[in-house]
Design a protein around this ligand. Structure first.
Ligand SMILES: C[S@@+](CC[C@H](N)C(=O)[O-])C[C@H]1O[C@@H](n2cnc3c(N)ncnc32)[C@H](O)[C@@H]1O
Length: 208
C-alpha cells in the first residue's frame, strides 16, 4: 500500500479540506511562485496534469492552455469537473491503467505534483516511461515530492514519514529514477516552502 487514506488522512480527500490545509500551511502561496518558475506556458500549450487532485494547477496558471487532468480519487475528479469543467477534461484513472495513443508526442508540459511518492516503484517507472512518450521533443515533466535528504532535521524526517504517500524516497533515488528515463534532469530540494518543517524535491525532466 503506497497511498494511505485512512484515519485523519482520510479527510484530506475532501477537496475543500485539502485546499484549506494548504492555505493554512502556506503551501498554496508557494505554489504560485512554483508554477511561474517551472512552467513556461502560453495560450494553446498542451498540458497533462497527473494526480491533479483538486485542480490546483489550474488555479495557478493564467494562460488559456489545453488542459487534461487525471486522478484516481473520484471525489477530486467530480470537484474538478464542477469547478473547472469549462477549462479542461478530467479522467478518473489510476496511473498505469490506460495508455492513449492520441497523446503520444502531444504535450508541451506535464505536471505530477506530489504524485511519485504515492506510487509503487513499478507505477513510478510507468509514469516516467509514459511521460517521455507523451511529451513532444523539447517538452518537460515537472515533479515535486516529499523527500528524505542528507542533513535533514529529525522533525522533518518524522513529518515526512507520516505523509499519505508511503513511498517517499531520498533525493538521490528520485534522481536515479528520473535519469533512467530522461536525458536532462534538474533537481532542487525545498526545505521551507511550508510553515511546517517539511522537505520536498522538485525535478524538471526535459525530453531533448
Ligand atoms: C499530494 S496529492 C497532490 C494533488 C495535486 N497535484 C496538488 O498539487 O495539490 C497526490 C494526488 O495523487 C493522486 N494519486 C495518488 N496515487 C495515484 C495513482 N496511483 N493514480 C492516480 N492518481 C493518484 C491522489 O488522489 C492525489 O490527488
Amino acid at each position: 500500500m503506497t497511498h494511505v487514506n485512512t484515519g485523519i488522512r482520510k479527510i484530506l480527500e475532501l477537496p475543500f479540506v485539502y485546499n484549506l490545509f494548504h492555505n493554512i500551511t502556506g503551501g498554496n502561496a508557494f505554489r504560485k511562485e512554483y508554477f511561474n518558475k517551472y512552467f513556461d506556458l502560453s495560450d494553446g500549450s498542451k498540458v497533462l496534469d497527473i494526480g491533479c487532485g483538486s485542480g490546483v494547477m489550474l488555479e495557478n496558471i493564467k494562460s488559456e492552455i489545453e488542459y487534461y487532468g487525471v486522478d484516481f480519487e473520484k471525489g477530486y475528479i467530480d470537484y474538478c469537473n464542477e469547478k473547472y469543467g469549462n477549462r479542461g477534461q478530467f479522467f478518473n484513472e489510476k496511473v498505469g491503467e490506460v495508455i492513449r495513443t492520441e497523446w503520444l508526442d502531444y504535450f508541451d508540459a506535464m505536471n505530477a505534483h506530489g504524485l511519485i511518492h504515492h506510487l509503487s516503484d513499478d507505477d513510478g517507472e510507468f509514469l516516467l516511461k509514459s511521460a517521455y512518450k507523451y511529451l513532444k521533443p523539447g517538452g518537460y515533466l515537472v515533479t515535486f515530492d516529499t523527500a528524505y535528504h542528507d542533513n535533514q532535521s529529525s522533525a522533518s524526517k518524522w513529518l515526512v514519514s507520516k505523509d499519505r504517500g508511503q513511498n517517499v524516497k531520498h533525493t538521490k533515488d528520485y534522481l536515479k529514477l528520473a535519469e533512467k528515463h530522461f536525458d536532462r534532469v534538474e533537481g532542487k530540494i525545498y526545505t521551507n516552502y511550508s510553515r511546517l518543517p517539511y522537505s520536498a524535491f522538485a525535478m524538471k525532466m526535459i525530453k531533448t
